[in-house]
Design a protein around this ligand. Structure first.
Ligand SMILES: Cc1ncc(COP(=O)(O)O)c(C=O)c1O
Length: 359
């Protein structure tokens, strides 16, 4: 079932959704450190403007301040570095690759601040979803992240709950970054968006450390490995791989990207068009030249959501793109079976909705 997995992810643990998968990943990572005789490792590092789920554990690693705020006092918190967010954070005159290395090196700085011997893992979405709007990392970023983690014996945990399972045009998003994590989380698309299921994949080395150590993963829920959910996911994975659905997401994603570029590429309020495969983001701005966002009180994303619904389009506009407060984006994640006409319909409905809101 996990034939297309990045190298070394030999084991899988099924649960009921994304937050559960992330929480399981955090606990597995911690237990692994205990099993290998490094119990002093207690800290996780994640990124600002990320979302990893809503349980206290998953929310504690997430970097979206609005979502965290009410629960901050009762959470076990990770520390956060900047996301790899080229549109806003690449300096003028800096190459894409130089920016990627600079952004990744923030991890090294944070590890040194915490003490390398105290850190369990680094958690990131390969393509940031809900909180930033389909933001992929630039070339080289995750390779440098992988090197830094390896240098310090820190686990790389990639959260592909939203961007995985073919969404970006490959079964796993990280395939396009050329890295293999130690632990990877998936959900959503694993059940084609209908069947509640999530999973955590881990390396054979982590599994072996526990198997030859205490002998069992100290975790569990009533519905882990639920047979009906797993049977549904098995069919979905077969469609993605042998049925060519992930490849189709890549092909139709290119069409979608071209259609968005043609419609919005010159729009004075579209600052950035980004994403991979069938996972596309549009960042809205008040001024394209200065990249100034709309004032939060304008509630651009909320109004756009209403206008799009009224026009018969379900999309995912969000505000707080830049720092949890400022900025607006639209996330598009259409079904993989979309056809050319429907791409036209999507773009047309979105264009009319945007025009209503920005009038
Ligand atoms: C990247 C990411 N991780 C985790 C989750 C949490 O998944 P769930 O809502 O299934 O608990 C989400 C949900 O949107 C997500 O986008």
């Amino acid at each position: 079932m996990i034939d297309a997995a990045p190298q070394g992810l030999d084991r899988v643990y099924f649960g009921s959704g994304g937050s559960e998968a992330v929480k399981s990943a955090l606990k597995l990572a911690r237990q692994y450190m205990i099993e290998i005789g490094q119990p002093q490792r207690t800290k996780f590092i994640a990124r600002r403007q990320s979302y990893h789920g809503n349980t206290l554990g998953a929310l504690g690693t997430g970097g979206n301040m609005w979502r965290r705020a009410p629960f901050d006092p009762v959470m076990v918190s990770a520390s956060h570095i900047a996301p790899c967010y080229e549109y806003r954070l690449r300096a003028a005159g800096e190459t894409e690759e130089d920016y990627g290395l600079r952004a990744a090196d923030e991890l090294e700085t944070e590890i040194q601040r915490l003490g390398p011997e105290n850190v369990i893992g680094f958690l990131a979405e390969p393509v940031v979803g809900a909180t930033a709007g389909a933001v992929p990392a630039v070339k080289g970023y995750f390779k440098r992240i992988r090197e830094i983690c390896d240098r310090h014996g820190i686990l790389l945990i990639l959260d592909e709950v939203m961007c995985g399972m073919g969404r970006t045009g490959t079964v796993f998003a990280c395939e396009q970054d050329g890295v293999s994590p130690d632990i990877l989380t998936i959900a959503k698309g694993l059940g084609a968006g209908y069947q509640p299921i999530g999973a955590m994949l881990c390396s054979g080395a982590i599994y072996a450390a526990i198997e030859t150590g205490s002998g069992f993963f100290q975790h569990g829920h009533t519905y882990i490995g639920h047979p009906v959910a797993c049977a549904a996911a098995d069919v979905v994975v077969t469609k993605l791989t042998e049925g060519g659905m992930a490849a189709r997401a890549m092909q139709m994603g290119t069409q979608l990207s071209k259609a968005l570029e043609a419609e919005f590429g010159q729009n004075p309020h579209v600052g950035d068009l980004r994403g991979r495969g069938m996972f596309r983001g549009i960042e809205l701005v008040a001024d394209r030249d200065t990249k100034a966002p709309f004032a939060p009180e304008k509630q651009v994303a909320a109004r756009l959501k209403k206008a799009a619904m009224a026009n018969g389009l379900i999309c995912y506009p969000m505000s707080g793109t830049i720092d949890g407060v400022e900025g607006d984006h639209i996330l598009l994640a259409p079904p993989f079976i979309i056809n050319d006409d429907q791409i036209g319909e999507l773009v047309d409905k979105l264009s009319r909705s945007l025009a209503t809101v920005l009038e």
